[in-house]
Ligand binder design. Structure first.
Ligand SMILES: Cc1ncc(COP(=O)(O)O)c(C=O)c1O
Length: 390
């Protein structure tokens, strides 16, 4: 039997690709096939947090490449142990499970919550994003992303984010866990309100409800501290990481307090590649490097948000500027034209939903690069509006 090939591309069309063919990266810059040098304020969507091709990571990965690429989790893996020791030393958690992506880390968290509690109910929040596999997608309270995929995993109850009035319903429901991002990244760069978080945490602590923070996007220094929950002043029970953890080398992790983590025993969960020697080498070097860049991330984040807020005073097209550290969003009526105009000026940014321009520079971005970005951003707003606010 022969099938006639009709498609024009061998890649499934799950992404609307932009007209850039990326061939090389260096620090804050991405080079395309046609030789254009772009100032990359996307960091591979909060993944290349140390910029492109960071030397320290390259060296450790190359050293590991010469020793051992992969071996099964049936054996002890020294780099994986070093990474777990480092992550637990730098956080409030006691144990780590390694996997390969954010969605997998969240799957692991959902399974751990279910096994620990013997219950299925997990409260999540509107406009959240937790991943594309069926469990994580069920946690993602965005019906448009779930459409067409049949029944979602049972047990998820959605609540409005930052809404004080509905917190009492979470207390009445007494779910096994709440799961949330502290800044909703894909959902429009929406930081959680500090008082709302304090009330939510207090409800969870007094009702034995686990708190799962999805720090896949907010973690690894992105918000100016190693993990965003540190700024909100509470200890979660479970945290998920991926994206920036490996500086672009695929790795995910679920961290938990011992009392919860001990529910998982041999055979309860696993991953062939999770925490393999190469991924662990990349992530160990990354954690060490990120810790030394937190001050720069905070300083450059403050500079960016303050300057963009001043810009918003002169331009009616900016509705709101928000974010934490180097995870920043500018809300406008329609983000796409601004993203395109910046690209025409060799600057890469993202959108988050239809009306937010998302800005994610690397944590080691220089003041000069931030100034260069601000200059281009100002030009784009000026030419889009044609006039300044009176
Ligand atoms: C908060 C959050 N959780 C989970 C994910 C899914 O991560 P991955 O694409 O590595 O599966 C993402 C990806 O954007 C995310 O932003």
């Amino acid at each position: 039997m022969s099938l006639t090939k009709t498609s024009q591309t061998s890649i499934m069309q799950t992404y609307n690709r932009l007209p850039i063919t990326a061939v090389k990266g260096e620090g804050s810059f991405l080079y395309s096939e046609d030789g254009t040098k772009y100032l990359d304020f996307t960091s591979g969507i909060a993944t290349c947090n140390l910029g492109h091709q960071p030397e320290a990571i390259k060296k450790d990965v190359t050293d590991q490449l010469d020793l051992l690429w992969h071996c099964s989790n049936l054996y002890h893996i020294p780099k994986q142990k070093e990474l777990a020791d480092l992550l637990t030393a730098e956080s409030c958690f006691d144990q780590v499970f390694f996997c390969n992506s954010g969605t997998e880390a969240n799957e692991a968290a959902i399974k751990l919550v279910r096994k620990w509690s013997g219950k299925e109910t997990i409260a999540t929040f509107t406009k959240s994003f937790h991943g594309r596999t069926l469990g994580s997608l069920s946690a993602t309270a965005q019906p448009s992303l779930q459409d067409g995929f049949g029944s979602m995993l049972p047990g998820f109850e959605y609540f409005p984010y930052n809404d004080f009035d509905r917190l009492s319903e979470i207390e009445e429901l007494k779910p096994a866990a709440v799961m949330l991002e502290l800044v909703q990244g894909e959902g429009g760069v929406r930081p959680a309100d500090q008082e709302w978080i304090s009330e939510l945490v207090s409800i969870c602590k007094s009702n034995n409800i686990l708190i799962v923070v999805d720090e896949v996007q907010t973690g690894m220094g992105r918000t100016g501290t190693l993990f965003a929950h540190e700024q909100y002043g509470f200890d979660p029970d479970i945290m998920t990481l991926a994206k920036g953890l490996g500086s672009g080398f695929p790795i995910g992790a679920m961290l938990a307090k011992e009392s919860v983590a001990s529910t998982f025993g041999p055979g309860t969960h696993g991953s062939t590649f999770g925490g393999n020697p190469l991924a662990s080498a990349a992530a160990t070097a990354t954690v060490k490097e990120v810790v030394s860049l937190l001050n720069n991330a905070k300083e450059m984040g403050d500079m960016l948000i303050n300057e963009i807020k001043s810009l918003s005073e002169q331009h009616n097209s900016i509705n709101e500027v928000r974010g934490l550290g180097l995870l920043l969003g500018i809300e406008v009526a329609d983000a796409a034209p601004f993203v395109s105009k910046l690209r025409e000026k060799d600057v890469l940014v993202l959108s988050a939903g239809p009306n937010v321009i998302r800005i994610l520079p690397p944590l080691n971005v220089s003041k000069k690069e931030v100034e260069q970005f601000l200059e281009k951003l100002t030009d784009v707003f000026k030419s889009a509006e044609g006039k300044d606010k009176a």
